[in-house]
Ligand binder design. Structure first.
Ligand SMILES: [Ca+2]
Ligand SMILES: [Ca+2]
Length: 320
């Protein structure tokens, strides 16, 4: 992960939701939606816009896009996801729930409708879905140990994925060959089975999002295998089981009442996924859910307040 800094001449008009900001670049006032900047910081009397990007080249492209046009087409948005690598049945040291050849298709009801106290899904005993037990399921999103490949994941990785966000705030991420471990491990020796990729892994994505009822709040997913989404710990999308790519989704506005969400809330979005069988691994997401929220440290907020006050003072002085 790289942090790219871009110096700003002016920062002002942070709106009440701390989502959008105005800056001046090349003597032009530009409105920057939150999804393109990570944070604004102030050092040595200069404001900087920070973008959190996978690579400096991505960062540079995003910065140019952000500062060159308000009506920019898609801009990249990076997000971090935890991938846990499991060994499949053919490895000889397999975890029972991965590549066990019990392809049952889409299976709803495999997980309980609420997350447990540690924020993980819980298996519904007896619900099927090619899961051995509640205990084996609990390891899907648990701690890894390379010494126990039949009982746990062998390694976990923080992987950065890059989605696109268009000028209307619609986020898309699509990968019909979703094998994020290939670049982390050697695909030829891990679970490839002649298919050329490191199969058998789980993904866990955790975000804090801003609920804005003035915008659409629709989430759609197409992929395989198991996928569950929880909002504030409540199950809102259920695509369990070993299956070919299927589509699910929800309109958060329809669920807000039952979830206790109101405009302006920051909510927990958690997505749990598992890749459990050859030969497909597909993820396609289209989302208009709210912008990711980074809650600033109190010290940062205080510094920003001082900086903005200083800026106001110097501008008044110039007028005098
Ligand atoms: Ca694997
Ligand atoms: Ca699969």
């Amino acid at each position: 992960m790289q942090l790219c800094r871009y110096p700003l001449k002016y920062v002002g008009n942070i709106d009440t939701s701390i989502k959008n900001i105005q800056v001046i670049h090349s003597n032009t006032l530009i409105y920057l939606p939150k999804f393109i900047w990570h944070r604004i910081c102030f050092e040595n009397n200069v404001f900087y816009m920070e973008l959190k990007m996978k690579s400096l080249s991505t960062c540079f492209a995003a910065t140019v896009l952000a500062l060159s046009s308000v009506a920019a087409s898609a801009v990249p948005l990076d997000f971090d996801i935890t991938i846990r690598d499991f060994r499949g049945a053919t490895s000889g040291v397999s975890h029972q729930d991965f590549n066990n050849n019990a392809i049952g298709g889409l299976k709803t009801g495999m997980v309980q409708t609420t997350l447990d106290a540690s924020g993980k899904p819980v298996y519904n005993v007896g619900s099927g879905g090619s899961v051995t037990s509640a205990a084996t399921f609990a390891t899907w999103y648990g701690s890894c140990n390379p010494a126990t490949p039949s009982l746990t994941c062998v390694e976990d990785y923080e992987v950065t994925l890059t989605a696109d966000v268009d000028a209307n705030g619609v986020l898309t991420f699509s990968d019909t060959t979703f094998f994020p471990l290939d670049s982390q491990t050697n695909a030829s020796i891990w679970d490839a089975g002649g298919n050329g990729h490191n199969y058998f892994f789980t993904s866990e994505l955790s975000l804090k999002l801003f609920y804005d009822t003035s915008k659409q709040n629709v989430f759609s997913f197409t992929g395989d295998d198991d996928v569950w989404v929880f909002i504030n710990g409540q199950l809102v999308m259920d695509l369990g089981g070993i299956h070919a790519a299927v589509t699910g989704g929800f309109d958060l506005d329809d669920l807000a009442g039952s979830l206790g969400l109101v405009n302006g809330d920051v909510y927990d979005f958690k997505m749990f996924h598992a890749e459990r069988h050859w030969t497909q691994s597909t993820i396609a997401i289209t989302s208009t859910l709210g912008d990711p929220v980074e809650v600033p440290e109190p010290a940062t907020l205080a510094l920003m307040g001082v900086a903005l006050a200083g800026l106001g003072w110097s501008r008044r002085k110039n007028k005098a």
